[in-house]
Design a protein around this ligand. Structure first.
Ligand code: GAL
Length: 440
């Protein structure tokens, strides 16, 4: 276990455990449903009304919907009395969905549950706005504290209350590559940023796109990995807590590296989804792509084969560091079908639900007791890395910054993609940290 694992797990977990144990059991499990005459129903749920739950996410596109559908299938088999409304809104990384969700919450019209990210997106956005119910009662009832990673609990908790049910762990800092293109150009998989830049330079004079890139959020995804590769895990993490200095020469160096890497990307990036950009690699049009490990689910869906059509490595300069994010489902205050939403959360946190979802979604389960043999070679390697690597959180995918901070950085980065002015970008990043109150 890494020192960071230990660090995160201390203190909070103990408090959480005790508060979870003392929570009243507000949840009525499905097997205690009553018959019309008020007696508990032990087989099935004859007394239960036919109801509907609406679950919100952005898992529509290639490689994403399949994972959700696998979990919905288990849900429908287990809860035949509940109609499942899949309210997914298309758009990678939730770019569109998050906006739709925000206006629904504004209008007092929450879905029964939605998929968000563990970390500041959850705590610094929805919990801060009192939009979520505490789930301590469910953690106590389902004994989830025994099987969920201790490092994750503080990221989904505030003041001893736990606010979401994580269904997976994804890795952000993955370099995908086309092995045939590397071999044809006598290149090996780069392990440092300098090696990476040297490879990109070689590829520049070929017909191949050196580094695939998609729409703006994928550029921000690339940005956070280059920040990590340049600064290392400690300084990278310090940027989000006020311990590291956004105006430092090291951050400037990271921005220079980012600028250099961007020079090797396709000029039509803004018109491509993350899947389109991923496809350039397996179609033989691009050599490299930096993207989260949902990419592998997409490659498999396209029928592509590991090692032959694609390979993977940690983003150069980040070996031994796992930049993670965690998709997690929540219980909104005012969920129209609260009881049905709790049934969905129970499935999301269960071994059965996680083992149905993750092998297809291209992520690893959060629970420690799942069936490793269901996971492919890439995912087993991710499980091993998650257990031994230094953990740092993703920026775009909600772990380290709340929505306001992330939005400011995204705006500044959008301007940078146009003007490529490093001084202006760095000054804007310094200002963003101050405006959210993390830097003085
Ligand atoms: C992330 C999300 C992943 C995947 C990805 C691409 O934010 O956590 O599960 O969906 O976006 O859409």
């Amino acid at each position: 276990m890494s020192s960071q694992h230990k660090l995160w797990s201390l203190v909070v977990i103990a408090g959480l455990f005790f508060s979870a144990c003392s929570m009243p059991a507000r949840f009525k499990p499905k097997n205690t449903a009553t018959t019309p005459d008020g007696n508990p129903s032990l087989n099935g749920t004859p007394g239960k009304k036919h109801t509907k739950i609406e679950v919100f996410s952005w898992w529509v596109g290639g490689g994403e919907a399949a994972g959700l559908n696998a979990m919905i299938k288990v849900f429908k088999a287990e809860y035949p009395d509940i109609d499942f409304e899949n309210a997914a809104v298309a758009g990678g990384a939730g770019t569109n969905a998050r906006a739709v969700l925000a206006s629904r919450l504004q209008a007092g019209d929450p879905p029964d549950s939605w998929q968000g990210h563990a970390g500041q997106e959850l705590i610094g956005t929805y919990v801060k706005a009192n939009q979520l119910e505490s789930l301590n009662f469910l953690y106590a009832q389902e004994k989830w504290l025994d099987v969920m990673p201790k490092a994750l609990i503080p990221l989904i908790s505030k003041d001893g209350q736990i606010y979401s049910v994580p269904v997976n762990i994804h890795r952000a800092n993955v370099l995908w590559y086309n092995p045939k293109i590397l071999a044809a150009n006598h290149l090996t998989v780069p392990t440092t940023l300098d090696e990476f830049l040297a490879d990109l330079e070689v590829l520049k004079s070929t017909n191949t796109i050196p580094l695939a890139l998609g729409e703006q959020w994928t550029a921000m995804h690339l940005f956070e990995t280059v920040l990590l590769a340049t600064l290392g895990p400690e300084t990278y993490s310090g940027l989000w807590t006020g311990k590291a200095d956004w105006s430092s020469p090291e951050v400037r160096k990271a921005l220079e590296n980012y600028q250099r890497v961007l020079q090797y990307t396709n000029s039509d990036s803004s018109t491509l989804s993350w899947q389109d950009a991923a496809q350039l690699v397996v179609d033989g049009d691009a050599a490299f792509y930096i993207m989260g490990d949902w990419t592998e689910a997409y490659y498999k869906e396209l029928g592509k084969k590991p090692h032959a059509d694609y390979g993977w490595a940690a983003v150069p300069g980040t070996k031994g560091v796992f930049q993670f994010l965690s998709d997690s489902f929540v219980l909104p205050v005012g969920a129209p079908n609260r009881e049905g939403a709790i049934d969905w959360l129970k499935l999301a946190g269960s071994k059965e639900g996680q083992d149905a979802f993750n092998p297809v979604k291209g992520s690893i389960p959060v629970r420690s007791d799942t069936n490793r043999s269901l996971y492919d070679e890439y995912l087993q390697s991710a499980m091993d890395d998650w257990a031994k690597d230094i953990l740092v959180g993703s920026l775009y995918h909600g772990v380290v910054a709340n929505d306001s901070w992330k939005t400011e950085i995204n705006t500044d980065l959008g301007i940078f993609l146009g003007d490529r002015d490093i001084d202006r970008f760095q000054a804007a990043l310094v200002a963003a940290c101050k405006s959210v109150g993390t830097c003085s």
